[in-house]
Design a protein around this ligand. Sequence first.
Ligand code: NDP
Length: 249
Amino acid sequence: MTTQTKRVAIVTGGGSGIGLAIAEKFTQAGIETIIVGRDEKKLKEAKEKLGEHSYAKICDLSNLSSIPSFVCEVIKQFGQIDVLVNNAGINMKKEFQDVTDEDFQKVITTNLTSVFAISREVVKQMLKQKSGSIINISSMAAQYGLPKVIAYSASKTAIDGMTRAMAVELSPKGIRVNAIAPGFIVTDMTDKALNSDPERKSKVFGRTPMGYMGQPSDIGDAALFLASDAAKYITGVVLPVDGGNSIGF
Ligand code: NDP
């Protein structure tokens, strides 16, 4: 962050939860931060909370054909894109045998295909700049087997593979690509997934050495680090920010 004055970041799903906490850290660091989502009201409230250096843009990323024009619009308005945080995501909890092809595809389109599509468009710009940092938000579902979230697990495991494949191809061209694997973080998504399932909740705590759930700001701190020059020699990693959950017994 020291060598350049203006920095521009896109944070998908920046209107709530982890994405909002990432946007908070970015705006506080003076990065021009564009938060993206589908819900206009949510984005407006988030923008008000973020204040200076924040911009809200509506885009349904699962509508893949809208992504190139969305990225073009950002470049037209801001002139550059230095950081892309692929944070937007959905989950769906269902028994394996009840998941329809449509259910499966919906999660894959939002959590994986759209990440590929927006990254491809942003990379075209980053290649011109010969620099950039892409941060994908993965999950514990890619570190070990989690029941009842088959599509989500498939999408996040693919995110880890895509992070490594993008890193080897793009790092020689100045673009670093990393992922963060959040452990169990207090957000609406985990409220829904854990409060309805006490057995799952006690399992989460049972294997988290630090003994408590993380805050969205913990992920924000890690994202700001990976986006910054302090991480200039780091690429291709999947960084767990999880209170030890991924290595817990
Ligand atoms: P939230 O549900 O709070 O946030 C998800 C965000 O994604 C929302 O702001 C939503 O905005 C946006 N979004 C969803 N679908 C689309 C879409 N089609 N187009 C544009 N934006 C979309 O969840 P979290 O903050 O918990 O999750 C954020 C990320 O972190 C996800 O990738 C999730 O898988 C990951 N994660 C979360 C963990 C946790 O413990 N909370 C653990 C591990 C990973 P809108 O509704 O406006 O479209």
